[in-house]
Design a protein. Sequence first.
Lengths: 308, 532, 294
Amino acid sequence: MSFVIKKVIKKVIKNKYYLILLIPALIYFFIFYYLPMVGALLAFKKYNYADGIFGSPWCGLDNFKFMFINGDIFGVIRNTALYNIAFIIVNTTFEIFLAILLSEIGCRFFKKISQGCILFPYFISWVVVGTFVYNMFNYEFGAVNGFLKSINIDPINIYNNPTAWIPIIIFIKLWKEIGYGTVLYLAAISSIDQEMYEAAEIDGANIFRRIRHITIPSLLPTIIILVLLSIGNVFKGDFQMFYQLVGSNSMVYSTTDVIDTFVTRSLLNTREFGMTTAAGIIQSVFGLIVIVTSNCCIKKYDRDYALY
Amino acid sequence: MKNASRIITLLTVVCMLLTTVLTGCGGTEKARDATTSASTDSTVQSATTTEDSNKADFSEPVNLTMYLVSNEQPDAKMVYDKVNEKLKADINTTVEPKYLQGADWKQKYSLIFASGENFDCIYTANWACYGDQATKNAFMEVNMDMVKTYMPNYYKLVPETDWPQVKVNGKIYMIPYLNKQLVGHRLTLIRGDLREKYGIDSLKTVDDLENYMTTIAKNEKSLLAYNGVISGLNELFTNIIYKQPKNSMYVDGGNGLFTVQLDDTVGNMSYALDDPEYLKGLDRMKRLADAGAWSKNTLASKDDPRVLFSQGKGATLFDHIEGMKTVVMQTNTSHPEWKVEVYDLSSDKLHEASPATRSGMAINARSKHPERVMAMMNLFGTEKDYYDLTTYGIESVHYKAIGDNKLESLEQGIKGYKPKENCPWAWERKDYMRNIEGVPENLSGIEKDWISKGLSSTTPFTAFTFNDSNVKNEKAAVNDLKLRIGDALVAGVYKDVQAQLNDYKEKLKKAGNDKIQAEIQKQLTDYANSLK
Amino acid sequence: MIKNTIDRKIFIVIAYTTIIFTSMICLIPFMLVISGSISNQASIYQYGYSIIPKSISLEAYKIAFLSPDEIIRSYANTIGVTVVGTSIGLLITAMTGYVLSRKDFEWRNKISFFFYFTMIFNVGLVPWYIICVNFLKLNDTYFALLIPFVLNVFYILVMKSFMSSIPQAIHESARVDGANDIHIFIRIILPMSKPALASIGLFIALGYWNDWYTSFMFISNKDLFSLQFYLYKVVSGAEAFQQLSSVVGVDPASIPTEPLKLAMTVIVIGPIVLLYPHIQKYFVKGLTIGAVKG
């Protein structure tokens, strides 16, 4: 027993500087994330303030039932997951593409301006985006239909068309977040050793080959990390986005309802912490399964690329 | 040089570690204890209050914390400083208002109870978390002896019938306001100039309204007969078209599926979806929708119909009388040529009054000074200078008083303390209210008409609130269905109304609506029996 | 030396077209925002949004700046919190990312998981609130704006990824020279990670700049409000009153909420637009060239 302790102490001393550097983060996450995890208990209790979290009576899986009674939950889960996967694929592709283009351009002024421009949408709140979209798409007075009428085409009712919203949502999400992701990839590209490019150029590789054989492989660790980080949240929908764009337009719920909007709508008039926590737990558990699986797969491919 | 910078960096790191450690210390173990210790507090409270109930002892200065549901007005501190001057002199108490601001205030409402924050009272209402927080032991039970001792004048002004209306699970948890608003009944507002333009007579029935809206839809291209949101269409359908002509009221807390008659005394509940009138009403909504009376995308719209109306983009509004008053006043000022007219399309039917839970003050279960809260409410609601201060601001700074019941807003008032905006609604009192000088208000006629005809009905079931704690899951599922299918039916979006209604009923059944029905019926019958 | 060969020419054409196109798509809505914020609310309802405002009115800005001392104070709060918070947050994030990137740290995978787990399993709103308010006593303090979101797992792990690309050789040679890990971190790793620090630092700063949630949750004292919360209060106060006005009896159409929402966006983004070009210079290729050779 004391042998084990001695071994541990030896390891701690050996790694002391590392541990010192880690202490702030460890404390922070313990206090703000691990301690509050007791809140997960709320999902299994009938909460009231007098008894608090620990004193309130247990109620088993009661708080979970509301999600499943309807029968729509599976469609909602499917929507959430599919959208998130689409977002990951589409956004990553375009962000890498844009980052590579930007990194090769020489003109500093142009670079500055365009990088600033693509960040603008990040600052526009979903409320404003929702208003703009409604102004564009609404049937009677919208800009799109105004344009169609002026060239003698019948107006279209986009808000009634569930399938149309799939590309619309993917596009809007891309528009909003492209600036953010491009910055990250740009930073990664900036760290790539220039010598490799010069050597390749001397060897006669044209720019496309240089990108394909140097830039992209060098970016691979970053790409994998960012994808892995997003995958854990594959069952969490961007509530603000869906709420502002779709709102109460139930005509398109079949393709646009996600777990978060579904739960909020169901609990609109009930402030039951137990039920909202239950929904959160379902999302977290599924996310955990996905991430553990993905990380294992990546580890088999190359241990260094894994998240943990 | 190298060593010095090493030391400095090490010191910086250590300092930061210390800060984070110190802020973190003390939190870890206590988390468990605090939440359990809270439970002892509320039981201790009720013991001490019965002892003190006959002593009006104000020898100790006390500072109350009061939570209000509104944005803090810029001059609120200035106003409440003046209030506290008087309050201290009168009952040796001062009050510090805190605010639940912004659009997400409901979330914060529950959190301050969950964290056991120290405050004495909070604004509450049936639309401001009263029902669901009361069942979680957030509020202290209101002891009627204390009310009679510490707020005698206020108590005299509260109608006897109000106290049973604010009961939750048989206990009283709020002190209701002193106004009776007839907001259960919905009215219709239209543009009179357009009515005259198309030679339509004054509206008397729902058929007349349909005629008006269809005419407008056919002939006016720059505006919509109704331009707004789905909740407005719900007002039109669930109230004006369906419930009011039948003399009924809803008893299921917002889902609009179960009704009783206003003059019922035994609790005969009906399922609205089985009623042929319901289907007829939905057909009417479909006809209107097809005629273009409202936007095909109303379900997606978030614009405020009153704003759209004021911009000339809509021709009708549906609301209760209090909401109408504001619109009428504002339109008469900005667009008198529109000649807005307000109609009660069920003027000969019984009218549903709104319950006393519409506005009031609740005492925090953890408060240590409930008697002071009551004494404060007593003053706010019965002494005009307190009322004017908290509601309208400081006289001659924020407003100019004209007589007892009128005022003129001053510039500082519009900038710093708009009338009625700093959440003084808990002690709102009809005869103390001040209307803005000079703006005609055509609705008092309608109100007087109702009262004289004895139409405003305090039915036996006005005080009934459905307690859904046994059917929370089913209610959540039904809520989702209502928002998903029910609203779309009302908006007239589906091609085959009958088929969709059947589908809706099927899905509701699957979601456990029968269980909810049984539960409401049981509570209703029990309630009816308790009244005998 | 960039040779102007034909493949490069094609590439440049593609690059410029794509980037200009993307920038336009991102810029035009923003121009609508600016134009809408200085428009008259009535003209927005009449004509919708357009790049050139149909009728100009600064009403929205007047309302936003109604209490100039409040808005100045909230600007000051937000600037202060952003500077301090970003410095602390970036430093700790870099420290943590560095340790996790070191292949000779045997517990790095377990600790990475310790951090990552919090990203997925996050269901404790009520206890989080209780901890912040009851035990850390953050209510109505400056720390409430600073501490709750100073660290973010995403940034730590991205930092870890960036730092992993620094060759092991550097560590080894520095160790041989007698430096300990903290020294290596400060003297060598940090200077080599400029793009990573710049980008993560930017994100942390933006997070603080845009934050209204901590003010909403923890602050009642208006002297401590952040900029975003102050503006959010102004706008949503206006909207909330449109809903409540039937209770209160307030004129719902008196506040131009549409231009106000847009003015809010402009007021918040203003300083960022000025700041960003300075940070942008870190995203240039070849920044880390001298380091490896040296």
